[in-house]
Design a protein around this ligand. Sequence first.
Ligand SMILES: Nc1ncnc2c1ncn2[C@@H]1O[C@H](COP(=O)(O)OP(=O)(O)O)[C@@H](O)[C@H]1O
Ligand SMILES: [Mg+2]
Length: 257
Amino acid sequence: MTHAVAAKGLDIGYRGADSDVIVAAGLDLTIETGAFLSILGPSGCGKSTLLRVIADLLDPIGGHLEVLGATASDARKKRQIGFVFQDATLLPWRTVRDNIELPAVVGGSNRQALAPGRTDELLSMLGLDGLDDRYPHQLSGGQRQRVAIARALIDEPKLLLMDEPFGALDEITRDRLNNELLAIWRRTGTTILFVTHSIQEAVYLGQKVMVMAANPGRVVDLHDLGDVKAADNSCSREDPEIIAAMVAMRQSLEAHP
Ligand SMILES: Nc1ncnc2c1ncn2[C@@H]1O[C@H](COP(=O)(O)OP(=O)(O)O)[C@@H](O)[C@H]1O
Ligand SMILES: [Mg+2]
């Protein structure tokens, strides 16, 4: 079976004219196809850098990386990777519908290449019915993030990378979007890598939670929640076992300040 992501001794960072900035060195990571992995860590530990490398937006400094059984570049060119950023990054002069369809247009194909009804299906899946003619400034923060998710899903990506997508939202909206995201994951079977600095969000969403530390960026723990969550990866935020898992994660984070 191919893994969604397989990294061995992966060094990530930024190349400079004089010297390179290594953010994290020697990362080993395997993510099973269809999994939901949360990545938790303090700011600066390299979470965004890691997602950028997996998405082929940044070259690794060294080591080995396979994405969907091929190179990250192949996966990107086949448009198998969707990316959602913290800011929705919608184009203000395009309607909701046009923003969602943007990857299909920019990707060189035309709208005929989109399955008929695909955009309507996404509008409905993300609770955006009736908002398709609005412009981004006419939406709430939560609605804008829903549009960004719909846009990331337009090509039916096998791998969805989410970089603190709900970090700027109020807690009630975030909880609602967490539930919707889980429903989308179950329905589409896409592999999700979800970066957050919220312990509660990491535990609620992920089947596993990878905990990172900074200076140098590294993986310090991998918590498997298989035993404390239901088979469909659902859980109650009030469940004592879930609360215990959150305490364990806080300890992982505090042990590596
Ligand atoms: N374009 C860049 N050039 C050089 N260093 C960068 C660049 N972007 C981020 N960094 C540095 O890389 C480290 C990791 O950043 P990042 O991956 O954004 O962390 P996180 O997402 O976990 O907060 C930080 O020290 C940051 O300053
Ligand atoms: Mg970041």
